[in-house]
Design a protein around this ligand. Structure first.
Ligand SMILES: Nc1ncnc2c1ncn2[C@@H]1O[C@H](COP(=O)(O)OP(=O)(O)O)[C@@H](O)[C@H]1O
Ligand SMILES: [Mg+2]
Length: 350
């Protein structure tokens, strides 16, 4: 099977992104942001030399699904995923942007990461093993790695500019954002996790843990921002074969991790590229996660709409874009231009 080229870098006609994350590129438009998810993939804290075609679409469309589904819990930043509603400068790049980008309300992000954990893994497992606690929360003794916790817990972390985020106690988090606001985001985090993990489990995916971000509007309103319950912001495990007592395979990245272990990469630059079968199989897993969670096909007909007025929403019988035919990914870079040349990417340390 031959795959479309991955989108490794994005640009609009006259501009490069104002900011590049490991995976997402951000363009600023005054009080709005255009967040574009590339097909870059990271592992062991590095962006790899190969991308995964359509991964950015999967991430964007999974987030859009959750933004819609959780709006009754908390308002969010999504304005539109439909390029025809983007600022003019971006509309010209509609073919590149469609399906992988979101126009959002710009907020002032709260300076903590709001993590919910339902299972014992990653830095949570490490901390528990050392202290019997995570973020100051004492847990029952004798839990095993990957065990389900008696109940989901809120485990805030700092947002490190470089290096790993650091888990902090609720008390420390309250010192940073104030105790009233902390109460609020703690409650929201646990409700969002409860909603998301229950749905995912009913579709065969365990959400072991996940990270939310919240932002503040000038009038003080708190919005859910960034990405939501995606494979990049969460630890997804297949329910089939779940076996606590050790690490679980990753739903999405396991072929990549297995490959990197097989070549005994020392996890230092230069970063490896992936063989085409690892790319293809990994792409399948991302698309499968999308299908399972949303019960839709990637790029399904209706443009997903965020907080648009209903009149704008149903564009009564608008002709469906050709579905399931992966559109040509314009803006894809030739392999020789691949991104990732060893730039250390931060975190992956939940
Ligand atoms: N609505 C928003 N307003 C302001 N900042 C936002 C909003 N949504 C997301 N962000 C910020 O965008 C950034 C995304 O960058 P980053 O996490 O480095 O990208 P990636 O996840 O692709 O590696 C985060 O710092 C996040 O706080
Ligand atoms: Mg991020």
């Amino acid at each position: 099977m031959s795959l479309a080229s991955p989108v490794l870098q994005t640009r609009l006609a006259d501009r490069a992104p104002d900011r590049r994350g490991k995976v997402r590129d951000i363009f600023e438009f005054g009080d709005r942001l255009l967040i574009v998810a590339s097909d870059r993939i990271s592992a062991f804290d590095y962006v790899l030399g190969s991308g995964i075609p359509d991964k950015g679409k999967v991430l964007t469309q999974i987030s859009a699904f959750w933004f819609e589904r959780t709006r009754s819990i908390v308002g969010n930043h999504l304005l539109s995923t439909d390029p025809s509603q983007f600022p003019e400068e971006a509309r010209a790049a509609a073919d590149l942007l469609r399906g992988r980008s979101m126009l959002v309300t710009r907020t002032e992000p709260l300076p903590i990461e709001c993590v919910a954990r339902g299972y014992l893994s990653g830095s949570g497992w490490k901390d528990y093993r050392a202290t019997g606690e995570i973020c100051g929360i004492r847990l029952p003794p004798a839990l095993h790695e990957s065990d389900r916790l008696p109940r989901p817990i809120f485990t805030p972390a700092t947002k490190a500019q470089s290096g790993h985020d650091i888990n902090i106690t609720e008390r420390e988090a309250a010192d940073i954002i104030g105790s009233e606001l902390l109460e609020r985001v703690r409650d929201l985090t646990l409700r969002l996790y409860a909603e998301g993990s229950a749905h995912a489990e009913s579709r065969g995916i365990i959400v072991a843990d996940t990270k939310f971000e919240f932002g503040r509007l000038p009038d003080g309103e708190i919005l859910l921002i960034d990405e939501v319950l995606t494979p990049d912001s969460s630890r997804f495990w297949p329910i089939d074969g779940y076996a606590p007592g050790g690490p679980q395979p990753s739903f999405d990245k396991q072929f990549v991790r297995d490959y990197l272990e097989s070549i005994r990469w020392n996890k230092q630059p230069p970063v490896p590229s992936l063989p085409s079968d690892v790319v293809a199989r990994t792409r399948e897993k991302y698309v499968e996660a999308f299908r399972r969670l949303t019960e839709r096909d990637l790029d399904s007909p209706e443009p997903l709409q965020g907080a648009e007025p209903p009149s704008n929403r149903a564009r009564g019988g608008a002709p469906a874009r050709k579905e399931n035919s992966p559109e040509p990914l314009r803006g894809a870079e030739p392999p020789s231009n691949r991104a990732g040349g060893g730039a250390p990417a931060r975190k992956e340390n939940r």
